[in-house]
Structures are given as structure tokens and as C-alpha cells.
Design a protein. Structure first.
Length: 321
């Protein structure tokens, strides 16, 4: 396993990290038992993964992790979890009403500590605010987050983006342009089909020594040949890419050669091949897939010509994919 420094936190994190959200939720959606879930977590640790991402909104993931990590030395892994500041369901394209009670954050952290069976959270994230909410979140809740840090209950403060509702991930851009000193870590989506953050967000992260955790870089469209073909066809129809730029079937198959064993392999390598990226989160609940993803990142780069072609094809597109 390769390791990189997570920005100014100084944390030495595995290039592949384990996520407990996404479609699988540590196997919860497949009806896994705690023993099966523990096997996933322990298997990840055996691979050298030392960073685990979770949230109180990921069903029972925090509780599952707390049980799975029982008896493992706390110094051998790094935990990140999140707090969602909105009250009620999140509207798909705009921010909902923010809580008016900073104690809700305190309560959430205390509950996360209990569920995770730990005395501290390494990175505590404000979970998926919209760009229009950044200033209010900073004014209303950031002092409480600082107090939690001063109390030793959290170590570092982060922000995650809501890329489904805002593919440009404008919240990260606003946060890094207006108050970069506040954020130790940003969690965002960057990959073959989602390169917009490379324009301003990732350069700003490098400038301000902010760690980047790359989420959902290989999810839904890229691993599914039919969905990928449909997406490319839609983008051709919309004029985002030239109609003759890619074949109709297996449009990214040309990336598969030498140590790039599949489109998924190419996607992981591309997602890691940016100097701002410290780690890529994988949400798989299949230990074989986990090993394959780790193997893909043993050489975390695409051939220069292929990487540049991908940037030329998709670099100007900022659609949810």
C-alpha cells in the first residue's frame, strides 16, 4: 500500500481508504452479518488501509465499525465521520433549512464517539453543505467545532461536498476562496467523468496545504458498461464531446493496456494521479474487489498520453456522472 500526507494534518494515510457509505453501506444493503462486516474492515486493515470514512447518516455504519474495530490499537487507524447541519431531508438541488442549535453538533459528535467506541474522531466533517450555506455554517457552528477540537474529541475539521446536487462542488470553491484557514480536509469527487475540481479547487487545496479525500471517483457509471455507453451517447448528443471521439461500444476500452487491466483500473489510477489527492475512498463490500482496487493503486498513474486524452475529452464537462 502506498501512503500520502493528508495536507496540513500531517496524517500519513493510505492511498486507498475504506468508505462505509455509498450503495453498499458496509454490506448493510446486502444483509451482511456483523461477522461479515468485520471481515471487510479487518481485510482492509490487512491490506494496509488505515483511513476509514463514515457518517451518522450511513444507517448503522458507525456502530458496525465500532464493533469491527474492537481490540484494534487506536493508533493503527484513522477515523473520519460527518455531521449534517440541515434539519429534515435535503432538497436535491438546493440547501435546506439549517439547524439553529449548535448543541446538535455536540450531540452528534458524542453519539458518534459512542457508536465508534473511541475517545476521538480524527477528521470531523461538515457534511455536504451547499455553497450558499458556507458563511452561515462558519458563523453558527464553526466555534462549536473548535471547542470540540480543543476538548480533544476531534482532531481536524473538514468539509464534504454534495456533488449530486452541485457537480461543480461550489461549496468547496467558496470555502477555499473565502476562509481556507478553517479547513484541514476537503472531501470531494474527482475522476475521469468529474474533473471540474481540477480547475480551481484542487490548485487552491495545494496552495493552502489542505488534504483532499477523493470520494465516489469510481461509482455507478464507470463500472457499468451499459450505463457508461448511455452516458457517452448522451454527452455526444448534448455536444459535450465530438460524436466521433469515442466508439459507441466500450467507449473507454482503449485505456485498457499494460498494467491497466480494466476501465475500473484506469479510473482508480486517474483519480489518484493528481498531486492534491491524498486518498481515494472505496465503498465496496466485496473483499475481492477491495484487493483489486488496492492493486490498481500500486502504480497510481495512467500513461501520460492516455491521461491527457481523458482531460481533453472530459475536462470541460461539469455534469453529474
Amino acid at each position: 500500500m502506498l501512503y500520502r500526507t493528508l495536507g496540513r494534518t500531517g496524517l500519513n494515510v493510505s492511498l486507498l481508504s475504506l468508505g462505509s457509505g455509498g450503495a453498499k453501506l458496509l454490506g448493510q444493503t446486502d444483509g451482511f452479518t456483523q461477522d461479515q462486516q468485520t471481515d471487510i474492515v479487518r481485510g482492509a486493515l490487512d491490506l494496509g488501509i488505515n483511513l476509514i470514512d463514515t457518517s451518522h447518516t450511513y444507517d448503522n455504519s458507525e456502530t458496525i465499525l465500532g464493533k469491527a474495530l474492537k481490540g484494534i490499537p487506536r493508533t493503527s487507524y484513522i477515523l473520519g465521520t460527518k455531521w449534517h447541519a440541515e434539519t429534515g431531508p435535503r432538497p436535491p438541488r438546493s440547501g435546506g433549512k439549517l439547524s439553529d442549535n449548535p448543541q446538535a453538533l455536540v450531540k452528534s459528535v458524542e453519539q458518534s464517539l459512542t457508536r465508534l467506541r473511541t475517545d476521538h474522531i480524527d477528521v470531523m466533517f461538515f457534511h455536504g453543505p451547499m455553497a450558499s450555506q458556507i458563511q452561515e455554517i462558519v458563523e453558527r457552528f464553526y466555534p462549536t467545532m473548535e471547542r470540540l477540537r480543543d476538548q480533544g474529541k476531534i482532531r481536524f475539521i473538514g468539509l464534504s461536498t454534495r456533488y449530486q446536487a452541485d457537480p461543480r462542488q461550489s461549496s468547496a470553491e467558496v470555502a477555499l476562496k473565502t476562509c481556507p484557514q478553517l479547513w484541514d480536509v476537503i472531501m470531494l469527487k474527482y475522476g475521469i467523468l468529474n474533473q471540474h475540481s481540477a480547475k480551481e479547487i484542487l490548485p487552491l487545496a495545494i496552495k493552502h496545504h489542505i488534504g483532499i479525500m477523493n470520494m465516489a471517483a469510481v461509482r455507478i457509471k464507470l463500472p457499468d458498461p451499459q450505463l457508461l455507453e448511455e452516458l457517452i451517447a448522451d454527452w455526444k448528443k448534448a455536444g459535450y464531446i465530438d460524436r466521433n471521439s469515442l466508439p459507441v461500444h466500450n467507449p473507454l476500452g482503449w485505456l485498457v493496456h499494460d498494467d491497466v487491466t480494466s476501465v475500473i483500473s484506469a479510473a482508480y489510477k486517474f483519480a489518484a494521479d493528481h498531486p492534491a489527492i491524498a486518498t481515494i475512498i472505496t465503498g465496496t463490500s466485496n473483499i475481492t474487489h477491495l484487493r483489486e482496487n488496492a492493486a490498481n493503486l500500486q502504480t497510481p498513474t495512467l500513461p501520460r498520453a492516455d491521461s491527457q486524452s481523458i482531460k481533453n475529452l472530459f475536462g470541460e464537462i461539469s455534469e453529474y456522472a
